[in-house]
Design a protein around this ligand. Structure first.
Ligand SMILES: [Fe+2]
Length: 308
């Protein structure tokens, strides 16, 4: 049996609708808004809409999103993205995890805005026996795939973009990977932050997963329980690596809304044949036509037949 899973991330939707002007008197807040406004020139909702429509048009079996759906974690942003997603995906067709921007302000964390809006897409198909956390989320897709979604989003100062996977979640990850319902399925792990550092990137130390080594250790379990694929976002460019010490592909997807020539909006499609990853496609935005054109991992155009 063949299954196709689409992966998108880092849409950074901004909306300041209803934000009270007195908030702008706060210097820290003003800095964040200026940064967000600057960012929003490069991250466009209309491209994200085209990308979602392209995924729907492909007729994939499932879609996963690795966070940073919104920009400042304001309620109108969550409402806008929820409307875009829920009009295209029934709850059984999409699984999401949060990124640092989904937890950007402390009010968003206190009110659990991400979970309140996207609860339908945060499944718990495997009972992990954990209390007090809904992560990792678990999704069973037929007899073929189990998706295990981690939350690396933590409260940080506004200009810091680090992440961390808590101890409860690491325990949950180990339980999920070894669970009988995961044993004979393709095991796909999602998280927002990269597992490996990006030393060439400016301010990388303020953008990392702080306990990446512990997460890698948990993923490097005995071969019978290891993930078959680990995917993430955060750095807004495509990258294909492997989880250290294993042959498990570690795939970073580009941003789903990025405009301009430096890096274009993309989503990935993972083709899984009989519980084996047989192909990775990058669907890259063509600003001339507004279409998303399939490419291989090296960026060469592919000829892909559309699902009927
Ligand atoms: Fe991020």
């Amino acid at each position: 049996m063949t299954l196709r899973i689409a992966h998108f991330s880092d849409t950074h939707v901004l909306s300041l609708k209803g934000v009270k002007p007195r908030r702008f008197l706060n210097k820290r807040w003003t800095g964040a808004v200026n940064l967000a406004l600057n960012r929003s020139r490069h991250y466009r909702v209309e491209i994200f809409v085209d990308l979602l429509d392209a995924i729907v048009e492909l007729g994939v079996d499932h879609a996963v999103c690795t966070g940073d759906l919104v920009n400042l974690a304001l309620e109108p942003e969550f409402e806008m993205v929820h409307a875009l997603l829920s009009s295209r995906f029934t709850p059984d067709r999409l699984t999401v995890v949060p990124g640092n921007h989904d937890y950007y302000v402390k009010e968003a964390i206190a009110d659990a805005l991400f979970e309140a809006h996207f609860g339908d897409f945060l499944p718990g198909d495997i009972d992990l026996g954990l209390e007090g956390t809904r992560y990792p989320v678990t999704r069973i897709i037929d007899d073929e795939v189990v998706v295990i979604g981690l939350s690396s989003a933590i409260p940080t100062p506004v200009f810091v973009a680090n992440g961390e996977i808590g101890r409860d979640q690491l325990a949950g990850l180990e339980i999920a990977l070894r669970h009988p319902r995961a044993r004979d399925r393709f095991r796909l792990v999602l998280l927002h932050h990269p597992l490996l550092p990006e030393p060439a990137r400016r301010l990388d130390k303020m953008r990392r997963l702080v306990n990446a080594d512990a997460v890698i250790d948990a993923l490097r379990t005995e071969p019978a329980s290891r993930p078959h694929l680990v995917v993430h976002g955060h750095n807004h460019e495509f990258k294909a690596q492997t989880v250290p010490g294993t042959s498990t592909p570690l795939i970073q997807v580009a941003s789903a809304s990025r405009a301009g020539n430096r890096s274009r909006a993309e989503f990935n499609v993972y083709v899984i044949d009989d519980r084996r990853l047989t192909r990775i496609e990058r669907h890259i935005h063509d600003p001339e036509t507004g279409r998303f054109v399939p490419h291989d991992v090296a960026g060469r155009p592919l000829d892909v037949a559309r699902a009927s």
